[in-house]
Unconditional design. Structure first.
Ligand SMILES: N[C@@H](CCC(=O)N[C@@H](CS)C(=O)NCC(=O)O)C(=O)O
Length: 224
């Protein structure tokens, strides 16, 4: 696994699973920032457990998760929020993570809330309440914990619905990293067949709008 360092080609590598909800977050950020030409995506097959090999854990990401960003000098950045922050500020004109202290604070709060109340909860449900990545990868499962997290995610959908009843985007008036995190949550919800409750009309119509955004519509998770 190596990064390309040529001046004309990609200068960053993203260890990726293209339809994965978390990698999709970073893929959307890359597209929003028009960084596709500077980025090379390298497949790490989650279903083969390639993210849990001793080599990957030792040399790419201690947490054994995707995505991971590798810079030309070998620096590694894991965690979607950290990667998005890095990509967003590269051009000195952040558009996803806020340009004022107030925007930054609200966006980070709402993105973290989207992780806690929706995306990470669905991830736990996937790994514990469903077959997840299969018996070779899921070495420990606690179905009861999984089902509790599924119910938490459904409550989270209602919460984000109330947020979107009063404002057009998750963190206020502008599209941001917080929208991307909720999109990741709903990508994961579809994988585990967790429908948005029909009474969450504001969330449903926001998601329809998000799916029309070019950075979102072009992602493998949204292509049939
Ligand atoms: N907190 C991490 C979570 C990343 C994560 O859970 N990624 C999924 C990919 S969709 C993964 O690697 N799952 C495999 C596993 O946990 O075994 C982040 O924000 O990047």
């Amino acid at each position: 696994m190596t990064s390309s360092t040529t001046h004309d080609g990609p200068t960053m590598t993203i260890y990726d699973f293209p339809v994965g909800p978390y990698p999709t977050r970073v893929r959307i950020a890359v597209a929003e920032k028009n960084l596709q030409m500077k980025t090379r995506f390298e497949l790490v097959d989650l279903y083969k457990g390639q993210h849990k090999t001793p080599e990957f854990i030792a040399h790419k990401n201690y947490s054994g998760t995707l995505p991971v960003l590798e810079l030309a000098d070998g620096t590694l950045i894991a965690e979607c929020t950290a990667i998005t922050q890095y990509l967003d500020t590269l051009d000195g004109a952040p558009s996803l993570t806020g340009s004022t202290p107030l925007e930054q604070g609200v966006i980070h709060m709402m993105s973290k809330r989207a992780e806690i109340e929706l995306l990470d909860a669905i991830s736990v449900y996937f790994h514990h309440g469903t077959p997840g990545l299969g018996p070779m990868v899921e070495l420990y499962q606690n179905p009861e914990w999984g089902f509790r997290q599924r119910d938490k995610a459904l409550r989270g959908m209602h919460y984000f619905d109330t947020v979107l009843q009063r404002q057009p985007f998750i963190a206020g008036e502008k599209f941001s990293m917080a929208d991307i995190t909720v999109i990741g949550g709903l990508v994961f919800a579809a994988i585990v067949n967790l429908d948005i409750p029909p009474e969450c009309g504001a969330l449903i119509s926001w998601y329809e709008r998000m799916k029309k955004r070019e950075s979102v519509a072009t992602q493998p998770a949204f292509l049939d």
